[in-house]
Structure formats: C-alpha cells, structure tokens
Design a protein around this ligand. Structure first.
Ligand code: AHR
Length: 322
C-alpha cells in the first residue's frame, strides 16, 4: 500500500506525538482530569462555548478544572502553569491571541501533558507543542462574508466603503476574518475598507467604536463589517441613536449566528450572519479521551458551518441552539 504525502505526514506527526508523550500512563478506572483555560466571557458565543465545555465534561465523566482568563494572555499562561503544577492529564485552551505560546507549551511538553487547542489557533513553528486544534476556519468565514458582499453589490458601481469592527487585536478570528475579506475584495477596487478598529468582541466595544465611526465618516459608510454579533449589536445601537437605519441604509455583516444575531436579522438590522459554532464541548471530550487512550488524532478538526442571509432568519431561528 502506498501512502499519499499527506497521509505520510499525518503518520509522521502521529508517531512524533507518540514518541513525545508515549502511551499515557492512565489507569482505566481513574477519572481523567482536564484543565481548561477559557478566553473570558466577552460574548454570547463565549458563554455558549463555556456551557458546552462544562456540560460535555460532565456527560463524558471527565473531571474539569476551569479558569476564565478575562481576555488576558498572561492570565491564560498562569492557568496553564497551574494545570501543569497540578499534573492534570490533559490541558485544553482557547488562546486569547495567536503569538507568544512557545515557552509555556514547552513546559507542558516537558511535563508530558498533552495540549489540545479549541476554537482559536496559535502561531508556533513547532507543531508538536499541541496535539490537535478543534474549531472553525476563520479565514474561510471571512471569505464567505466577502463573497456575500460581492454578490450584494454586483450591480452597484461603488465606491462601497466598509467600516470594520475588529475582534481582539492579535486573535486568530480577528486576523483571519479580516484576511479572508481582503482576499476576496482585493481585485475589486470599488470596495474600500475606510475604517478599522477593535471593539474587543464586546457589545460595549462595538458601540463605542461605531459611535466614533459615525462622527468621523458619517453616511460615507455603506457596510459595517463586525467580527462578531455582540459588536454588531453594539454598532446597531450606535447607528440607531444617530438616526440611521442599520440593515437598510447601511449593510451589516456579522459573524457567529447567535440567537441575538438572528433576532437582529429578523428585525431587518443584520443583513448576513456567517456561522461560527461554539458547541465544541463534545468533540473536545472525545479528543481528550482519545489522547489519553494513546490514539492518533488529526492535527486539525474543522467545525462544519454555513452562512445565514437575513432572508432565511425567521425560518431558521427556532432551530438555533445558541
Ligand atoms: O473565537 C471565536 C470568537 O470569539 C467569536 O466569534 C466571538 O464572538 C468570540 O468572542
């Protein structure tokens, strides 16, 4: 049997993992302890993600140690160090930002504690510092939003001025949702990103940034490109307070597809919501059990997602789980 280059690489990564961590010494009847370092509680998405992780751990019979980093990388690093000191079986975390993880992940590797990334990716050269990454493809999400914009404005000459509400600076979803949009619109000069600022993925942040955009750019803005629903909802408040009609005289593009996002679509205030699922708990617990059992895992597990334009919102809303 001949292996494709990809399969051969996967096998190599798998055996490198087995060599690094060995078959984990774990008595069959002992409860697995998982240390989970969460980003914070910045958004409705995050709240749903925390609920998913906690309830999946209970259901899987996994002993969960949970910490909230309040959107600060240093808090997450402290939490990971404390999980290493407590000798948990597996560490999982959703990294606040992409860079700066090598030292602490090396400490985990030296302590032979496998690390699983969920939701957000990291930027490290040595991929053996983590076992797998479970979550969305944020770059693809940005492309999906860009394609929706191209279609929406295909018969308009432009300029189409975009005001961007970015997520947390340096985070994977903020970097990739921006990059995905730019990749799609780069060959169409009618689209221009005229303003870009971080609202840190919060409703209050989105509102504050949008208030400033309204003052500086006024009705030059054709599109609000918000990196999540909470910021989109904050921006909607700011626009309405300025007497604008979000969703009508300005297109609002958002991410997550939470219940709040759907309600705004049904009310005609968000035009499209690109789905990003927070319900990662069950997949994470399966991965934790597999790692402890010494099974090989794919390096990347991508969540399946779609795009919801405003036109389908009323019909789909009753089926939404977060
Ligand atoms: O990492 C996922 C992002 O983080 C979600 O889009 C956002 O709502 C959350 O805070």
């Amino acid at each position: 049997m001949t292996l494709s280059r990809r399969d051969a690489l996967a096998a190599l990564v798998g055996s490198a993992f087995a060599l690094t961590f060995g078959p984990l010494a774990h008595a069959e009847d002992k409860k697995i302890t998982l240390g989970f370092a969460q980003v914070g509680a910045e958004s409705a998405w995050r709240t749903a993600n925390t609920v998913s992780v906690k309830s999946a751990a209970t259901e899987a019979g996994i002993n969960l140690k949970f910490s909230d980093a309040q959107q600060k990388q240093e808090n997450q690093i402290k939490a990971i160090r404390s999980y290493i000191a407590q000798k948990v079986d597996v560490i999982a975390f959703s990294p606040v930002v992409e860079s700066g993880w090598e030292p602490v992940l090396l400490e985990a590797k030296n302590a032979k504690i496998p690390v699983i990334l969920t939701d957000r990716n990291i930027d490290v050269k040595d991929k053996s510092l983590y076992v797998t990454m479970i979550g969305s493809d944020f770059l693809e999400e940005g492309r999906r939003a860009g394609k929706w914009l191209e279609e929406r404005y295909k018969n308009e000459p432009g300029p189409i001025n975009i005001a961007e509400l970015q997520g947390t600076v340096g985070s994977a979803p903020a970097n990739d949702r921006r990059a995905g949009l730019l990749e799609v619109i780069k060959n169409d000069p009618k689209f221009k990103v005229i303003a870009s600022q971080s609202g840190d993925f919060t409703l209050a942040g989105g509102k504050q940034v949008m208030e400033a955009f309204v003052k500086t750019y006024g009705k030059k803005i054709n599109v609000v490109y918000a990196h999540n629903d909470d910021m989109a909802l904050g921006a909607i408040q700011a626009m309405e307070e300025a007497g604008w009609k979000p969703g009508k005289d300005v297109s609002v593009v958002s991410f997550d597809a939470t219940k709040g996002g759907f309600q705004a679509m049904v009310a005609g205030k968000i035009n499209v919501d690109v789905e990003c699922s927070p319900l990662l708990g069950p997949q994470l617990m399966t991965a934790v059990k597999d790692v402890v059992a010494g099974k090989q895992l794919p390096k990347r597990i991508v969540t399946e997602e779609t795009v919801f334009p405003m036109s389908v919102a009323a019909e789909v809303m009753p089926t939404r789980k977060y």
